[in-house]
Design a protein around this ligand. Structure first.
Ligand code: GLN
Ligand code: ZN
Length: 764
């Protein structure tokens, strides 16, 4: 019999049970017992579902109350010393303090898990860190699964990935920790073996990064130590190819390797040809990152010869943990009936694995009905009129290179723009959103429930816009925004108005901790049937003499934060979205909007894991932005915005986007992020954030002056703008109002200094 399994199951619950239990506990409404019960109920249900789907192994140890990296550091017993916690006696409360901070200590830093939209907590290590073990929570989960009678395969984040993703204070070399860490893993694995565990999955996605030789050597150093008394180990990779390291990996004392054949099918031959006779190959054939039904015939065409060659040493799995997809289609009643059968969420993917396994064991005849049903669905998707929009394709085909370029270069454009806008030096602006007040949320909820009509809703939103325009005028801001009151979310708002998108009711995916997102599904060619923001922008502009920015989300961000179709390259979908945004830019311009911002906060997070693939991505990502923006006349000022990111290694691409102004998040890094732009001699306008919008703290005029003086030392003054780090939607007016007042005061002081001096720099 072939072995079927999954690298992990979503932990948040089909109805986000974990989220609600966590938040009630954090608010103090319920005790730990309630949360613990929810956790064990979820685990029990998830294991049962894997069994009912007929998987050979049930995955345990993948559940977490917050984050598996945090759980791993708790299991190893290495919470940062700054918290002063006893690692062995850590309480649940302290666990959440590590994740969320407490009165004395900020939380562990959080960052993105490889190229996913999931965020993990970053362990803090030093050369002195000890790994003496923590509480027994992990083992309790495994025991729970065993007690329920399941064939249990525990999963652990591997030592090299753990170290690689950790940070070490004081410039310490994390690699000195390899041996002590491996000994800690050996103790954990020995204990699992003592519990009767046969196989352990050890996740090493770091193997798919471009690792330096010393990091590759870490595998050779760690695995002989940790495997000494371990159950059989399945070393699991995902998100990209790892075959360049096949020889090295297959020399390690592991009994099997899991590879991602969805992202990197090309790696199969290398692994297959090298696979020693006593090793297992786990084929990640069902997409763990996307929501499309598997093409079972195509999967079988790849699996059957492999099965003939290596027999039951072939295991079947999803490409990666299913935590990146929603739980179940059974919660989707509102989906378009044509689109629904095209989809497979986590539970449906379990069923696909069962069918594939049966087909290999008993021949395709044994699953004929299932295959025929799948064929029919795929045929319907392939031939659906909803997928292909010839008009969009023709319009894209007609774009020439000249359409991707503004008429003139930025220095010439800025003269024309200045003639129209008449802005002072160091102009002030904000990033787009103003506080989403309880009143705004209540109005939108009432509208969604049908309690108020469309017109009443629009009226309420117009009243909000009128108010934020008046507030900005009173504050003396130079380039205004309409405040985005009408937007729930910067992608959903556009997706709902574009063809080719659909929305789930319960398609939640964990972003971090208790936070979930519900990405739209892009299933067909994207087209803009009618203007999306023109009415609202025109209305906002009618209220003031000052320029009001038209506010759009960029093509790469819309793509990046959606489930994207798998039947054409991502680049093609990005260009289709770009065309829709381009049409919107043209219409905004026609409506008299003189400044248009196209947000691209997700540009950097789309970078492939391997640096050698970066240029391919950046080429089409930048092209998409240029297609979206270059339709603007030279007189129209194009802004873009990106949140906190490491910009330095992609500055040429950012410059190639050729936005007239870019606003970025810099206040927390004390403007350090700006240095790269300075050294690169970034040629266009730039607004380094001076107000940390993640903090309730109101920046004082003096703080803003200090940051701006630093900025003036790095970027020539005529290029500089003054603005907050990001949108203000999560803040309250009681913070925003004084913060912006201080920001404008700082700008005025700097300008006064300029007027008093020779005009080449602000007086200190
Ligand atoms: N314009 C958006 C806002 O202000 C930008 C949000 C973002 O960068 N994520 O809310
Ligand atoms: Zn931002």
């Amino acid at each position: 019999m072939i072995t079927t399994h999954i690298p992990g199951y979503p932990r948040i619950g089909a109805r986000r049970e974990l989220k609600f239990a966590l938040e009630a506990c954090w608010r103090g409404e319920t005790g730990d017992a309630n949360l613990l019960r929810t956790g064990s109920e979820l685990r029990a249900a998830h294991w049962r579902r894997q069994r009912e789907a007929g998987l050979s192994l049930v995955t345990a140890g993948d559940f977490s109350f917050y984050d598996p990296m945090l759980d791993t550091l708790v299991l190893l017993g290495c919470p940062p010393l700054r918290f002063g916690f006893d690692p062995q006696r850590l309480t649940l409360r302290q666990y959440f303090e590590l994740a969320r901070g407490n009165a004395g200590q900020p939380a562990l830093e959080m960052t993105k898990w490889f190229d996913t939209n999931y965020h993990y907590l970053v362990p803090e290590l030093s050369a002195q860190t000890r790994f003496d073990g923590g509480p027994d929570w992990y083992f309790e989960h495994i025991a729970e699964a065993l007690a329920a009678g399941h064939p249990v395969k525990p999963v652990l984040i591997g030592p090299v990935t753990f170290l690689r993703l950790a940070k070490a204070g004081g410039g310490a070399d994390r690699l000195v920790l390899v041996e002590p860490l491996a000994r800690a893993y050996a103790r954990i694995l020995g204990r699992l073996r003592g519990m009767g565990i046969e196989w352990v999955q050890i996740d090493e996605p770091a193997l798919c990064l471009e690792l330096e030789p010393a990091w590759l050597d870490a595998f050779d150093r760690a695995y002989p130590i940790l495997a000494a008394d371990a159950p059989a180990l399945l070393l699991a990779t995902c998100f990209d190819a790892a075959d360049e390291h096949a020889d090295r990996v297959l020399r390690l004392p592991v009994r099997g390797i899991h590879i991602d054949l969805v992202r990197a099918p090309g790696q199969l031959a290398a692994w297959q040809s090298r696979l020693p006779a006593d090793r297992v190959l786990s084929a990640g054939i069902v997409d763990g990152r996307n929501i499309w039904r598997t093409d079972l015939r195509r999967a079988l065409a790849l699996l059957q010869p492999l099965h003939e060659a290596i027999g039951n040493r072939l295991w079947l799995a999803s490409s990666c943990s299913l935590q990146h997809v929603p739980v179940s289609l059974s919660g989707e009643q509102g989906l378009d009936p044509e689109v629904r059968p095209w989809l497979a969420f986590a539970d449906e993917k379990l069923e696909e694995l069962r069918v594939l396994g049966k087909a290999l064991d008993g021949g395709t005849k044994s699953v004929l009905a299932e295959l025929e049903a799948a064929d029919a669905v795929l045929a319907s998707r392939r031939t659906s009129r909803r997928i292909v929009n010839e008009e969009v394709r023709a319009r894209l085909g007609r774009l020439s290179p000249a359409d991707e370029r503004r008429a003139n270069s930025h220095p010439q454009r800025s003269v024309l723009q200045q003639a129209q806008l008449g802005l002072p030096p160091l102009p002030t602006t904000t990033i787009g959103s103003f506080p989403q007040t309880p009143q705004i949320r209540a109005t939108r909820a009432a509208w969604k429930r049908g309690e108020i009509g469309e017109l009443q809703y629009l009226d309420a939103m117009r009243a909000e816009i009128r108010e934020v325009i008046a507030r900005q005028e009173a504050l003396g801001i130079d380039v205004l925004v309409h405040g985005e009151a009408e937007r729930n979310d910067m992608v959903e708002f556009f997706g709902e108005q574009l063809w080719g998108f659909c929305f789930t009711q319960n398609g939640w995916v964990q972003s971090y901790g208790s936070r979930c997102v519900k990405p739209p599904v892009i299933y067909g060619d994207v087209a803009r049937p009618e203007p999306m923001t023109v009415d609202i922008s025109r209305f906002a502009q009618s209220l003031t003499e000052k320029p009001v920015k038209g506010m759009l989300t960029g093509p790469v961000t819309i793509l990046q934060w959606s489930f994207v179709r798998d039947d054409q390259p991502r680049a093609d979908t990005a260009l289709q979205i770009a065309l829709a945004v381009r049409e919107e830019v043209a219409d905004l311009e026609k409506a008299g909007i003189r400044v248009i911002q196209i947000d691209e906060p997700a540009l950097r997070e789309g970078l492939p894991l391997k640096r050698r693939d970066w240029n391919g991505y950046l080429d089409w990502a930048v092209r998409a932005f240029r297609i979206a923006s270059a339709v603007a006349a030279d007189e129209t000022q194009i802004h873009t915005h990106m949140c906190y990111a490491e910009f330095n290694d992609i500055l040429p691409a950012i410059a190639a986007m050729d936005a007239d102004v870019i606003t970025i998040e810099t206040s927390r890094s004390n403007m350090e992020l700006l240095d790269g732009f300075g050294e690169f001699r970034y040629p266009n306008g730039i607004g380094p954030g001076v107000y940390d919008i993640h903090s309730p703290r109101v920046p004082q005029t003096e703080d803003i002056l200090r940051l701006m003086r630093r900025a003036c030392g790095v970027i020539p003054l005529p290029q500089l703008w003054i603005n907050p780090d990001c949108g203000l939607k999560t803040r309250s007016w009681t913070e925003v109002e004084p913060a912006l007042r201080n920001m404008v005061a700082a700008a005025r002081q700097l300008r006064a200094g300029l007027a008093a001096s020779d005009g080449t720099g602000p007086a200190a």
